[in-house]
Design a protein. Structure first.
Length: 303
């Protein structure tokens, strides 16, 4: 039986100690806080928000294992290895550490060069058949060459073991035309938005959210999910407007990667993390940016 992700699925950051080591105690605290909200269905680690590719293999395994021991919701692992064999081995380690599903990233060489037809399908097949890990189809932004065309999405979604899709196409024309087809052709596929900065537009077509934003605003995002499922635009718009200053402070920055730094600063302001340490190549934001984030949290009544 596949996992039920029809709700909020935060992608937690990976806390570090001031000297740059993974802080498993802080991760447990963050995970328990997030999982304590009714409607949080899973925690998704080792992705972009979690600086997963900046961790060693041992750190990745320990992060999964420690979090699994700390929370009562399923832990899903980001699988980011470049080659298919490497990704399968990564998935096997994730299974051994207690992960219950995989968020399957594209092979990152595809970002620059694109992919051969059939290669993405093989990546998902191998992870499920060889590692035994159910898979979430990850649709990258339309501006990248690692973005899957509709036929590729449909073929992956129809494969055994693929039970959900995290869609971050960031092209609303494609969203409006492709999501209904995915829903029609795969009625059991759970459709999750990861459009941290475009949540209002996407909320009325999905079963839930899989977002880094879930780190800092779980309660409003759960309200937004409920409004979307009820097709209550006024209620959804009210949540959107309340969160807009936070959205701007965290995600309307020069680079989406800065969002991870901003999330940690917000968690520090919320009192969930003691520090906002990040790993290179991420760079700390300015004191002015931190103050902007604090003010945005206050305006949204999150602190």
């Amino acid at each position: 039986m596949s996992l039920d992700l029809r709700g909020l699925n935060p992608a937690p950051v990976t806390p570090f100690t001031p000297d740059g080591e993974v802080d498993h105690q802080a991760m447990a605290k963050l995970g328990q806080w997030l999982a304590g909200h009714d409607g949080v269905k899973s925690l998704v680690v080792l992705g972009h928000a979690g600086e997963g590719t900046f961790l060693t293999q041992d750190e990745q395994v320990a992060t999964i294992s420690q979090l699994v021991d700390s929370v009562d919701v399923p832990v899903i692992a980001g699988i980011t290895g470049e080659g298919t064999h490497v990704a399968v081995e990564e998935a096997k380690r994730a299974v051994a550490a207690g992960a219950e599903a995989a968020l399957v990233y594209p092979s990152h060489g595809w970002l620059r060069f694109g992919y051969q037809q059939g290669a993405p399908q093989e990546r998902y097949r191998a992870i499920y058949e060889e590692a035994g890990l159910p898979c979430i189809l990850f649709q990258y932004p339309d501006v990248t060459k690692a973005n899957y065309d509709l036929d590729t999405q449909l073929e992956i979604a129809a494969q055994p073991g693929v039970f959900a899709t995290k869609n971050g196409v960031r092209n609303m024309r494609r969203w409006d035309t492709e999501i209904p087809v995915l829903r029609r052709e795969n009625p059991g596929l759970q459709i999750l938005s990861c459009h941290d900065e475009y949540l209002l537009h996407t909320m009325f077509d999905v079963d839930g959210l899989l977002v880094g934003y879930g780190n800092i605003a779980p309660e409003p995002l759960l309200e937004l999910i409920a409004a979307g499922k009820a097709q209550d635009y006024a209620a959804a718009r009210a949540v959107h407007d309340r969160l807009l200053p936070v959205t701007k402070a965290v995600y309307h920055r020069g680079s989406h990667m800065e969002g991870t730094v901003a999330l940690k600063l917000a968690l520090k302001a919320l009192g969930v993390l003691e520090n906002a340490t990040v790993r290179s190549p991420l760079i700390d934001l300015s004191a002015e940016a931190e103050q902007e984030i604090v003010q945005a949290l206050r305006s949204a009544k999150l602190i």
